[in-house]
Design a binder for this molecule. Structure first.
Ligand SMILES: CC(C)(COP(=O)(O)OP(=O)(O)OC[C@H]1O[C@@H](n2cnc3c(N)ncnc32)[C@H](O)[C@@H]1OP(=O)(O)O)[C@@H](O)C(=O)NCCC(=O)NCCS
Length: 389
């Protein structure tokens, strides 16, 4: 008989062992990992002989259309190898998703190592994180008009408001918990990181958090930006100049952005190599709550949905999403003119795929009028986030 229950202090040794083996990591990171997530947010799958699996949840939010929607960020999903392919992960995921739903959390997000596991419980690709590399030779910017002020990384305060301003205008950004901030500010294994804030007209307008990495004696030094953000053109050129001012020893810079990253619009030569594309997945846990809680800037319109959801029957049925001047309300009923699964709804909700693309993928169907309305209602900036969790 299996039991799925909260993590206890006595679980530390066996659960850390499962996690180390699953992610090929070391025990010294476990205390930091659990502190950053909050040990109360870990769940353990047990058999009579002890723990056989674990997962954790960052209690965060995700920004869509200028509103923050509560979201559980699932991480560290692991089943001991001798127990794999017997439904253990599925059991942990459905238990956790139901718990989040019952606590009023309408969304769950994660980065998947194997999509099939998560698609099976209603997650779908919903946004991106692109890693770029650009040679400092191609930056071609030299503007030190604004001051770049070095700030300590002990506290997210100098960065938090700038990040918030960006989150308001992007889709998919996280409302970072203190633990998620710590993951960006303090690199483990230990490496010195640097933080700068750029101010314009007395107001913070940009930041960068980065470290220098020398891959070996004959390898060029690179800058790795953990996160950066420019709210104005002046801040963007100052940040690029600050990075380019490392060119005597640094050859190139890596950073994370959306596929259509505006930071590349500033540089002299747009010749990055896109190193890696990651797509995060989203699960709409509570369809009416998720629809009602996001923002729809500048939109007015009604959408009559019919949703099917094999995991949460509560999501099944017809709903009318009514948006007036950007604010939504959701009522049961209506004509069901747009049909989708909760899984197919996720990339529409985030704005990753238009309704027309989702029809092509076979994840959505509807009347031409409903498809046009859905495309308009969910249109917005490409959903992305700079962090991995
Ligand atoms: C990924 C992992 C958690 C899956 O655990 P598991 O208990 O074997 O998964 P389940 O038995 O619950 O499988 C659920 C479904 O996913 C499928 N699945 C499981 N592992 C899979 C894999 N590696 N690739 C593709 N499909 C997989 C199963 O066939 C099953 O499909 P079904 O519902 O259609 O029958 C486990 O392999 C693991 O711990 N891996 C190492 C750590 C890791 O990658 N964690 C995920 C981080 S996001």
């Amino acid at each position: 008989m299996l039991e799925f229950s909260p993590y206890q202090p006595t679980d530390e040794a066996p659960v850390c062992d499962i996690w180390m083996q699953a992610f090929d990591t070391t025990a010294d990171y476990w205390p930091h990992y659990t502190r950053r997530m909050g040990p109360e947010n870990l769940r353990v799958l047990r058999s009579e002989s002890g723990p056989m699996g674990v997962l954790g949840v960052y209690r965060m939010g995700q920004w869509f259309g200028g509103r923050c929607v509560p979201c559980g960020g699932l991480a560290g999903v692991a089943i001991a190898p001798e127990f794999r392919q017997r439904g253990g992960a599925k059991r942990m995921l459905t238990g956790t998703l139901r718990e989040l739903r019952e606590q009023g959390v309408p969304l769950a997000a994660l980065y998947a190592s194997s999509q099939a596991v998560y698609r099976g419980v209603g997650f779908e690709q919903s946004g991106s994180r692109c890693q770029y590399e650009l040679s400092l030779r191609h930056v071609g910017l030299s503007d030190r008009t604004l001051t770049a002020r070095r700030v300590a990384l002990a506290d997210p305060a100098p960065f938090a408001d700038i990040h918030h301003q960006r989150a308001l205008r992007e889709n998919g950004h996280l409302e970072r918990t203190p633990g998620l901030w710590e993951r960006l500010l303090v690199k483990l294994p230990a490496d010195t990181q640097y933080g700068y804030v750029v101010e314009e007209q007395g107001r913070p307008a940009g930041y960068v958090i980065y470290y220098l990495d020398d891959a070996g004696p004959n390898e060029p030094t690179k800058i790795f930006i953990r996160d950066w953000c420019a709210l104005t053109p002046g801040a963007a050129v100052r940040l690029w100049t600050l990075i380019a001012d490392h060119s005597s020893i640094v050859e190139s810079v890596h950073w994370y952005g959306p596929a259509n990253d505006p930071m590349l619009a500033y540089v002299a030569e747009c010749k990055p190599s896109m190193m890696k594309l990651q797509r995060w997945m989203l699960r709409v846990l509570d369809v009416p709550a998720a629809l009602a809680q996001r923002g729809y800037p500048g939109v007015t319109g009604d959408l009559h949905l019919e949703v099917s959801d094999p995991v949460f029957v509560e999501n099944q049925g017809r709903f009318v999403l009514s948006v007036k001047d950007g604010t939504a309300s959701v009522e049961p009923g209506g004509r069901g003119e747009l049909q989708c699964t909760a899984r197919g709804l996720a990339p529409l909700y985030t704005g990753m795929f238009s309704a027309a693309t989702l029809v092509q993928l076979g994840w959505l169907s509807g009347t031409p009028e409903a498809l046009a309305t859905a495309t308009r209602v969910f249109a917005g900036p490409e959903p992305w986030m700079p962090e991995y969790f």
